[in-house]
Design a protein around this ligand. Structure first.
Ligand code: NAD
Length: 340
Protein backbone atom coordinates (compact mmCIF):
# COMPACT_ATOMS: atom_id res chain seq x y z
CA UNK A 1 0.00 0.00 0.00
CA UNK A 2 1.22 3.54 -0.76
CA UNK A 3 1.80 5.36 2.53
CA UNK A 4 2.61 9.06 3.01
CA UNK A 5 4.65 9.28 6.21
CA UNK A 6 4.56 12.78 7.74
CA UNK A 7 6.88 14.40 10.33
CA UNK A 8 9.63 11.98 9.33
CA UNK A 9 12.98 12.04 11.09
CA UNK A 10 15.92 9.80 10.16
CA UNK A 11 15.09 7.46 13.05
CA UNK A 12 11.44 7.05 11.90
CA UNK A 13 12.64 6.10 8.46
CA UNK A 14 15.18 3.61 9.82
CA UNK A 15 12.68 1.78 12.07
CA UNK A 16 9.74 1.90 9.61
CA UNK A 17 11.85 0.59 6.72
CA UNK A 18 13.12 -2.28 8.88
CA UNK A 19 9.57 -3.16 10.00
CA UNK A 20 8.32 -2.96 6.41
CA UNK A 21 10.86 -5.42 5.00
CA UNK A 22 8.43 -8.36 5.10
CA UNK A 23 5.35 -6.30 4.15
CA UNK A 24 6.42 -4.38 1.05
CA UNK A 25 4.34 -1.26 1.48
CA UNK A 26 5.49 1.72 -0.56
CA UNK A 27 6.56 4.20 2.12
CA UNK A 28 7.16 7.78 1.01
CA UNK A 29 8.75 9.93 3.69
CA UNK A 30 7.91 13.62 4.12
CA UNK A 31 9.75 15.81 6.63
CA UNK A 32 7.01 18.44 7.10
CA UNK A 33 4.28 18.17 9.69
CA UNK A 34 0.88 17.28 8.32
CA UNK A 35 -1.23 20.45 8.24
CA UNK A 36 -4.02 21.78 6.06
CA UNK A 37 -1.29 23.25 3.83
CA UNK A 38 0.92 20.16 3.55
CA UNK A 39 -1.95 17.67 3.14
CA UNK A 40 -1.52 18.08 -0.62
CA UNK A 41 1.72 16.04 -0.40
CA UNK A 42 -0.45 12.97 0.30
CA UNK A 43 -2.37 13.33 -2.97
CA UNK A 44 -3.15 9.86 -4.30
CA UNK A 45 -1.93 8.05 -1.15
CA UNK A 46 -4.55 5.66 0.29
CA UNK A 47 -2.72 5.71 3.66
CA UNK A 48 -1.27 8.54 5.72
CA UNK A 49 1.04 7.86 8.66
CA UNK A 50 1.06 10.64 11.27
CA UNK A 51 2.72 11.55 14.57
CA UNK A 52 1.69 13.47 17.71
CA UNK A 53 2.01 17.03 16.44
CA UNK A 54 0.45 16.41 13.04
CA UNK A 55 -2.79 18.28 12.46
CA UNK A 56 -5.72 15.93 11.97
CA UNK A 57 -8.64 18.33 12.29
CA UNK A 58 -11.83 18.14 10.20
CA UNK A 59 -10.50 20.38 7.44
CA UNK A 60 -7.26 18.41 6.97
CA UNK A 61 -9.12 15.09 7.08
CA UNK A 62 -11.58 16.38 4.48
CA UNK A 63 -8.69 17.43 2.20
CA UNK A 64 -7.00 14.04 2.61
CA UNK A 65 -10.22 12.13 1.85
CA UNK A 66 -10.82 14.20 -1.28
CA UNK A 67 -7.32 13.22 -2.47
CA UNK A 68 -8.03 9.50 -1.97
CA UNK A 69 -6.82 8.74 1.57
CA UNK A 70 -8.78 6.03 3.39
CA UNK A 71 -6.49 5.15 6.30
CA UNK A 72 -4.81 7.26 8.98
CA UNK A 73 -2.13 5.23 10.78
CA UNK A 74 -0.98 7.02 13.93
CA UNK A 75 2.53 6.30 15.20
CA UNK A 76 1.34 7.14 18.72
CA UNK A 77 -0.90 5.88 21.51
CA UNK A 78 -2.52 9.28 22.15
CA UNK A 79 -5.19 10.37 19.67
CA UNK A 80 -6.31 13.69 21.19
CA UNK A 81 -5.08 15.44 18.01
CA UNK A 82 -7.52 13.59 15.70
CA UNK A 83 -11.10 14.75 15.06
CA UNK A 84 -12.59 11.25 15.22
CA UNK A 85 -16.13 12.46 14.64
CA UNK A 86 -15.04 14.00 11.33
CA UNK A 87 -13.05 10.85 10.49
CA UNK A 88 -16.13 8.66 11.04
CA UNK A 89 -18.30 10.97 8.90
CA UNK A 90 -15.67 10.80 6.16
CA UNK A 91 -15.48 6.98 6.51
CA UNK A 92 -11.76 7.21 7.26
CA UNK A 93 -10.25 4.35 9.27
CA UNK A 94 -7.96 5.51 12.08
CA UNK A 95 -5.52 3.11 13.74
CA UNK A 96 -2.94 3.70 16.46
CA UNK A 97 -0.24 2.00 18.53
CA UNK A 98 -2.00 1.53 21.86
CA UNK A 99 1.03 0.18 23.74
CA UNK A 100 4.70 0.15 22.83
CA UNK A 101 6.84 0.60 25.89
CA UNK A 102 5.31 1.92 29.09
CA UNK A 103 8.82 1.47 30.53
CA UNK A 104 10.25 4.13 28.20
CA UNK A 105 7.89 6.84 29.47
CA UNK A 106 7.87 5.65 33.09
CA UNK A 107 11.67 5.53 33.29
CA UNK A 108 11.99 9.01 31.76
CA UNK A 109 9.50 10.25 34.37
CA UNK A 110 11.70 8.86 37.13
CA UNK A 111 14.73 10.45 35.44
CA UNK A 112 13.06 13.86 35.66
CA UNK A 113 12.13 13.31 39.32
CA UNK A 114 15.67 12.29 40.34
CA UNK A 115 17.34 15.02 38.29
CA UNK A 116 15.15 17.72 39.82
CA UNK A 117 15.50 16.34 43.34
CA UNK A 118 19.29 15.89 43.28
CA UNK A 119 19.85 18.83 40.91
CA UNK A 120 21.97 16.72 38.59
CA UNK A 121 21.48 19.23 35.75
CA UNK A 122 23.14 21.94 37.85
CA UNK A 123 25.83 19.65 39.26
CA UNK A 124 26.80 18.56 35.73
CA UNK A 125 27.50 22.16 34.69
CA UNK A 126 29.25 23.08 37.93
CA UNK A 127 31.70 20.20 37.85
CA UNK A 128 32.61 20.91 34.22
CA UNK A 129 33.53 24.46 35.30
CA UNK A 130 35.62 23.23 38.21
CA UNK A 131 33.02 24.30 40.77
CA UNK A 132 32.69 21.54 43.34
CA UNK A 133 30.61 23.51 45.83
CA UNK A 134 27.51 21.70 47.11
CA UNK A 135 25.63 24.87 48.06
CA UNK A 136 22.19 24.84 46.47
CA UNK A 137 22.34 21.14 45.55
CA UNK A 138 20.56 19.79 48.64
CA UNK A 139 18.11 17.00 47.80
CA UNK A 140 15.77 14.76 49.77
CA UNK A 141 15.44 11.00 50.26
CA UNK A 142 12.79 9.53 47.99
CA UNK A 143 12.17 6.90 50.65
CA UNK A 144 8.93 7.55 52.57
CA UNK A 145 7.93 10.51 50.37
CA UNK A 146 4.34 10.58 49.15
CA UNK A 147 3.89 10.50 45.39
CA UNK A 148 0.52 11.19 43.76
CA UNK A 149 0.01 9.42 40.43
CA UNK A 150 -2.85 10.70 38.29
CA UNK A 151 -3.79 8.07 35.70
CA UNK A 152 -2.86 4.49 36.56
CA UNK A 153 -3.00 2.83 33.15
CA UNK A 154 -0.05 1.17 31.43
CA UNK A 155 2.49 3.93 32.18
CA UNK A 156 1.15 5.01 35.58
CA UNK A 157 1.39 1.48 36.96
CA UNK A 158 5.05 1.12 35.88
CA UNK A 159 5.81 4.46 37.56
CA UNK A 160 4.10 3.09 40.69
CA UNK A 161 6.19 -0.12 40.55
CA UNK A 162 9.47 1.80 40.30
CA UNK A 163 8.53 4.23 43.06
CA UNK A 164 7.46 1.35 45.27
CA UNK A 165 11.06 0.13 44.94
CA UNK A 166 12.24 3.48 46.33
CA UNK A 167 9.99 3.01 49.36
CA UNK A 168 7.59 5.84 48.45
CA UNK A 169 4.02 6.09 49.72
CA UNK A 170 1.71 5.97 46.70
CA UNK A 171 -1.54 7.88 46.31
CA UNK A 172 -3.39 7.32 43.07
CA UNK A 173 -6.31 8.84 41.20
CA UNK A 174 -8.02 7.36 38.16
CA UNK A 175 -11.57 6.97 36.94
CA UNK A 176 -10.94 3.20 37.11
CA UNK A 177 -9.06 1.40 39.88
CA UNK A 178 -6.18 -0.73 38.61
CA UNK A 179 -5.81 -3.88 40.75
CA UNK A 180 -2.09 -4.02 39.87
CA UNK A 181 -1.65 -0.65 41.55
CA UNK A 182 -3.72 -1.66 44.54
CA UNK A 183 -1.56 -4.80 44.90
CA UNK A 184 1.46 -2.48 45.25
CA UNK A 185 -0.20 -0.83 48.22
CA UNK A 186 -1.23 2.31 46.34
CA UNK A 187 -4.24 4.05 47.85
CA UNK A 188 -6.90 5.43 45.49
CA UNK A 189 -8.11 8.81 46.72
CA UNK A 190 -9.98 11.77 45.25
CA UNK A 191 -7.98 14.57 43.67
CA UNK A 192 -8.22 17.06 46.58
CA UNK A 193 -6.66 14.49 48.94
CA UNK A 194 -3.95 13.60 46.40
CA UNK A 195 -3.16 17.28 45.81
CA UNK A 196 -2.99 18.06 49.56
CA UNK A 197 -0.87 15.07 50.64
CA UNK A 198 1.64 14.55 47.81
CA UNK A 199 5.27 15.70 47.81
CA UNK A 200 5.51 14.77 44.12
CA UNK A 201 2.63 14.69 41.62
CA UNK A 202 3.03 12.96 38.26
CA UNK A 203 0.50 12.97 35.41
CA UNK A 204 -0.26 9.85 33.35
CA UNK A 205 -3.85 10.35 32.18
CA UNK A 206 -4.84 11.17 28.58
CA UNK A 207 -5.75 14.64 27.38
CA UNK A 208 -9.53 14.86 27.03
CA UNK A 209 -11.97 17.76 27.43
CA UNK A 210 -12.30 16.68 31.08
CA UNK A 211 -8.55 16.67 31.79
CA UNK A 212 -7.72 19.88 29.87
CA UNK A 213 -5.92 22.17 32.39
CA UNK A 214 -6.43 19.62 35.16
CA UNK A 215 -3.57 21.44 36.86
CA UNK A 216 -4.81 25.02 37.08
CA UNK A 217 -4.67 27.78 39.72
CA UNK A 218 -7.32 26.01 41.79
CA UNK A 219 -5.53 22.63 41.75
CA UNK A 220 -2.15 24.25 42.49
CA UNK A 221 -3.60 26.13 45.46
CA UNK A 222 -4.52 22.78 47.05
CA UNK A 223 -0.96 21.40 46.80
CA UNK A 224 1.81 21.41 49.38
CA UNK A 225 4.21 24.35 49.26
CA UNK A 226 7.27 23.33 47.25
CA UNK A 227 5.54 20.39 45.54
CA UNK A 228 7.28 18.66 42.62
CA UNK A 229 5.09 18.49 39.50
CA UNK A 230 5.91 16.17 36.60
CA UNK A 231 4.10 15.99 33.26
CA UNK A 232 5.18 13.39 30.70
CA UNK A 233 1.65 12.89 29.37
CA UNK A 234 0.21 15.75 27.29
CA UNK A 235 1.03 19.46 27.56
CA UNK A 236 -2.47 20.82 27.91
CA UNK A 237 -3.08 18.88 31.15
CA UNK A 238 -1.23 21.79 32.75
CA UNK A 239 -2.18 25.46 32.55
CA UNK A 240 1.34 26.76 31.89
CA UNK A 241 0.65 30.35 32.94
CA UNK A 242 -0.82 29.13 36.25
CA UNK A 243 2.24 26.97 36.89
CA UNK A 244 4.56 29.92 36.19
CA UNK A 245 2.66 31.90 38.85
CA UNK A 246 3.09 28.94 41.22
CA UNK A 247 6.82 28.71 40.48
CA UNK A 248 7.21 32.42 41.20
CA UNK A 249 5.40 32.12 44.55
CA UNK A 250 7.29 28.95 45.56
CA UNK A 251 4.12 26.82 45.62
CA UNK A 252 5.74 24.64 42.96
CA UNK A 253 9.29 23.84 44.05
CA UNK A 254 10.23 21.66 41.08
CA UNK A 255 8.76 21.28 37.61
CA UNK A 256 9.61 18.53 35.14
CA UNK A 257 7.99 18.62 31.70
CA UNK A 258 8.38 16.39 28.68
CA UNK A 259 5.34 17.92 27.02
CA UNK A 260 4.09 21.48 26.61
CA UNK A 261 0.74 22.92 25.49
CA UNK A 262 2.23 24.82 22.52
CA UNK A 263 4.90 22.23 21.72
CA UNK A 264 3.87 21.75 18.09
CA UNK A 265 5.64 25.02 17.17
CA UNK A 266 8.86 23.93 18.91
CA UNK A 267 9.46 20.29 19.61
CA UNK A 268 11.25 17.80 17.34
CA UNK A 269 13.01 20.64 15.45
CA UNK A 270 16.50 22.13 15.82
CA UNK A 271 15.70 25.77 16.57
CA UNK A 272 19.10 26.55 18.05
CA UNK A 273 19.71 29.29 15.46
CA UNK A 274 16.21 30.77 15.68
CA UNK A 275 14.70 33.35 17.99
CA UNK A 276 12.02 31.54 19.93
CA UNK A 277 8.88 33.64 19.90
CA UNK A 278 6.99 31.81 22.64
CA UNK A 279 7.50 34.05 25.71
CA UNK A 280 5.68 31.65 28.06
CA UNK A 281 8.04 28.82 27.14
CA UNK A 282 11.05 31.11 27.41
CA UNK A 283 9.93 32.22 30.90
CA UNK A 284 9.79 28.57 31.98
CA UNK A 285 13.39 28.11 30.90
CA UNK A 286 14.58 30.87 33.26
CA UNK A 287 13.76 28.93 36.44
CA UNK A 288 16.61 26.90 37.97
CA UNK A 289 14.12 24.35 39.30
CA UNK A 290 12.49 23.57 35.93
CA UNK A 291 13.62 20.85 33.53
CA UNK A 292 12.06 20.50 30.11
CA UNK A 293 12.73 17.72 27.63
CA UNK A 294 11.26 17.90 24.12
CA UNK A 295 8.73 15.05 24.11
CA UNK A 296 11.42 12.38 24.30
CA UNK A 297 9.98 10.13 27.02
CA UNK A 298 8.92 7.53 24.42
CA UNK A 299 12.30 7.67 22.66
CA UNK A 300 13.98 4.32 23.27
CA UNK A 301 15.02 1.79 20.64
CA UNK A 302 12.56 -0.74 22.10
CA UNK A 303 9.70 1.73 21.76
CA UNK A 304 10.59 2.86 18.21
CA UNK A 305 10.85 -0.77 17.05
CA UNK A 306 7.45 -1.64 18.54
CA UNK A 307 5.84 1.55 17.17
CA UNK A 308 7.14 0.78 13.66
CA UNK A 309 6.14 -2.90 13.77
CA UNK A 310 2.62 -2.17 15.03
CA UNK A 311 2.14 0.67 12.54
CA UNK A 312 3.15 -1.51 9.59
CA UNK A 313 1.00 -4.42 10.86
CA UNK A 314 -1.97 -2.03 11.23
CA UNK A 315 -1.53 -0.90 7.60
CA UNK A 316 -1.31 -4.52 6.40
CA UNK A 317 -4.48 -5.47 8.34
CA UNK A 318 -6.32 -2.60 6.65
CA UNK A 319 -5.00 -3.46 3.20
CA UNK A 320 -6.00 -7.12 3.57
CA UNK A 321 -9.44 -6.22 4.95
CA UNK A 322 -8.78 -7.84 8.33
CA UNK A 323 -10.45 -6.30 11.36
CA UNK A 324 -7.78 -4.21 13.12
CA UNK A 325 -7.78 -4.39 16.91
CA UNK A 326 -5.98 -1.05 17.04
CA UNK A 327 -8.71 0.84 15.22
CA UNK A 328 -10.19 3.81 17.07
CA UNK A 329 -13.57 5.33 16.39
CA UNK A 330 -15.55 8.37 17.42
CA UNK A 331 -17.53 6.07 19.71
CA UNK A 332 -14.28 5.08 21.42
CA UNK A 333 -13.32 8.75 21.83
CA UNK A 334 -16.70 9.56 23.35
CA UNK A 335 -16.41 6.57 25.73
CA UNK A 336 -12.89 7.66 26.72
CA UNK A 337 -14.06 11.22 27.21
CA UNK A 338 -17.07 10.28 29.31
CA UNK A 339 -14.95 7.80 31.28
CA UNK A 340 -12.59 10.66 32.05
P1 NAD B 1 -3.53 4.20 29.34
O1 NAD B 1 -4.74 4.37 28.50
O2 NAD B 1 -3.00 2.82 29.57
O3 NAD B 1 -3.78 4.87 30.76
C1 NAD B 1 -4.42 6.10 30.93
C2 NAD B 1 -5.15 6.05 32.26
O4 NAD B 1 -5.72 7.33 32.49
C3 NAD B 1 -6.29 5.02 32.27
O5 NAD B 1 -6.17 4.20 33.42
C4 NAD B 1 -7.55 5.89 32.33
O6 NAD B 1 -8.61 5.31 33.08
C5 NAD B 1 -7.00 7.12 33.05
N1 NAD B 1 -7.84 8.30 32.89
C6 NAD B 1 -8.65 8.63 31.87
N2 NAD B 1 -9.28 9.79 32.16
C7 NAD B 1 -8.85 10.16 33.38
C8 NAD B 1 -9.14 11.26 34.23
N3 NAD B 1 -10.04 12.20 33.87
N4 NAD B 1 -8.53 11.35 35.42
C9 NAD B 1 -7.66 10.39 35.80
N5 NAD B 1 -7.34 9.31 35.06
C10 NAD B 1 -7.94 9.22 33.86
O7 NAD B 1 -2.44 5.14 28.69
P2 NAD B 1 -0.86 5.07 28.91
O8 NAD B 1 -0.26 4.19 27.87
O9 NAD B 1 -0.57 4.82 30.34
O10 NAD B 1 -0.47 6.57 28.52
C11 NAD B 1 -0.83 7.66 29.34
C12 NAD B 1 -0.59 8.95 28.58
O11 NAD B 1 0.82 9.11 28.39
C13 NAD B 1 -1.15 8.96 27.16
O12 NAD B 1 -2.47 9.43 27.16
C14 NAD B 1 -0.25 9.90 26.43
O13 NAD B 1 -0.84 11.18 26.44
C15 NAD B 1 1.01 9.95 27.27
N6 NAD B 1 2.20 9.48 26.55
C16 NAD B 1 3.27 10.29 26.49
C17 NAD B 1 4.42 9.87 25.83
C18 NAD B 1 5.66 10.73 25.78
O14 NAD B 1 6.57 10.44 24.99
N7 NAD B 1 5.78 11.77 26.58
C19 NAD B 1 4.44 8.62 25.22
C20 NAD B 1 3.32 7.80 25.33
C21 NAD B 1 2.20 8.24 25.99
Amino acid sequence: MKVAVFSTKAYDRQFLEAANSGHKHELVFFEPRLTRDTAVLASGFPAVCAFVNDQLDAETLKALTKQGTRLIALRSAGFNHVDLIAATELRLTVVRVPAYSPYAVAEHTIGLILTLNRKIHRAYNRVREGNFSLDGLLGFDMHSRTVGIIGTGKIGVVVAQILKGFGCQLLTYDVYHNPECEALGAKYVQLPELFAASDIITLHCPLTPETYHLIDDNALAQMKDGVMLINTSRGALVDTEAVIRALKSGKVGYLGLDVYEQESDLFFEDLSNAVIQDDVFQRLLTFPNVIITGHQAFFTDNALKKIAETTIANITDFEQGHPCRNEISAERQIVTKSAA
